[in-house]
Write a protein that binds this ligand. Structure first.
Ligand code: SF4
Ligand code: MG
Length: 321
């Protein structure tokens, strides 16, 4: 089947000025040829540390930032070439949920207005039909009808995230980019929100691009995972297999450092804190080589290609077999 979202060789380059005492212009390859697909109703995890480009993928795919190369197809529409009218439709069908729902909710707006506005603007409901439509959305995310007259600050972090999710659902999307949607929440609340997202995925056949720094969170929600490192995809595959048998050394490191009981975790954390990677002037060859425990000479000069090593499983590592 044709994927719902098809991202091919996506590129995004920023210019930044760094250095002391004389700052120099440096290029940041935030996305250095990123490709992946998402099927209808599928939850795809995009995992990596901050600076790996995972949020940039979402912003570029939603045209909140312009790409510097590559292609994005959404249900047959060329997203990067879409004009105003197509973009309006695309933005109904692709929505975003943020880590901090406050960034998408106006603190001075009551919930009825925050959720009613997109319904009115897109002609989905008007007049007296707005309130029942908002109540239905709130019910779908587990909030009572009384929430309509309240303000965002009157809710807990988990409830605010439910409101952010309801807002993303308002226009009946087919795909939601969820950028660290549970990272700011307590572990028990995280589980509830993940459960809600899973219910929505099944009941609405909704696809997700679930962006997270934590491979462990992805495990319980996603069917497939894309692991990114400094602007490149280093591994992709189905969730169970990635966890049982990660093919890329970086995925192994992420697995060890995800907050799950594991005796090797402390070692991995210390290792990870040693050299925080920066997308400015990334290492030559395989970007991961300075931190890789099995790097060989070739890794310093030659960037490994993403190769299919098992059916549906790809890794970009010279030594992975
Ligand atoms: Fe490590 Fe080399 Fe593989 Fe990169 S290509 S992950 S440095 S072994
Ligand atoms: Mg981010």
């Amino acid at each position: 089947a044709t994927p719902l979202l098809d991202i091919r060789d996506l590129r995004k380059i920023y210019k930044t000025r760094r250095g002391w005492p004389i700052p120099k212009t440096a290029l940041v390859r935030a996305l250095d040829g990123v490709s992946f697909t998402v099927g209808r109703g599928e939850a795809l995890g995009v995992v990596g540390e901050s600076g790996c480009g995972k949020s940039t993928v979402a912003r570029v795919a939603l045209r909140l930032q312009e790409a510097d190369g590559g292609a994005v197809q959404f249900d047959g529409t060329d997203v990067l070439a879409a004009g105003k009218t197509d973009l309006r439709t695309l933005r109904r069908r692709m929505q975003m949920v943020f880590q901090d729902p406050a960034s998408s909710l106006d603190g001075r707006q009551r919930i009825i207005d925050a959720l009613g506005e997109p319904l009115r603007v897109h002609g989905i409901a008007s007049g007296a039909a707005v309130k029942p439509a908002v109540v239905r959305l709130l019910d779908e995310v587990g909030l009572p009808p009384s929430a309509v007259d309240r303000y965002p600050h009157e809710f807990s972090g988990g409830q605010r995230q439910r409101i952010g999710i309801a807002r993303a659902l308002a226009l009946g999307p087919d795909l939601i980019f969820a950028d660290e949607p549970v990272s700011a929440l307590d572990v028990s609340v995280q589980a509830q929100i993940l459960k809600l997202l899973e219910t929505l995925r099944r009941e609405r056949n909704l696809a997700f691009v679930f962006i997270s720094h934590d491979l462990g969170v992805v495990r319980y929600f996603c069917q497939r995972v894309v692991v990114m490192y400094l602007g490149r995809v280093v591994e992709t595959g189905p969730v169970p297999e990635i966890f049982v048998d990660p093919l890329h050394p970086y995925t192994r490191l992420l697995k060890l450092s995800s907050p799950e009981p594991d005796p090797a975790r402390a070692v991995a954390m210390a290792f990870q804190e040693g050299e925080p990677p920066s997308p400015v002037d990334p290492p030559s060859g395989c970007h991961f080589h300075p931190r890789c425990p099995i790097a060989v000479d070739r890794c310093r000069t030659e960037a490994p290609a993403l190769r299919e090593l098992r059916t549906g499983r790809h890794a970009a590592c010279h030594l992975a077999t």
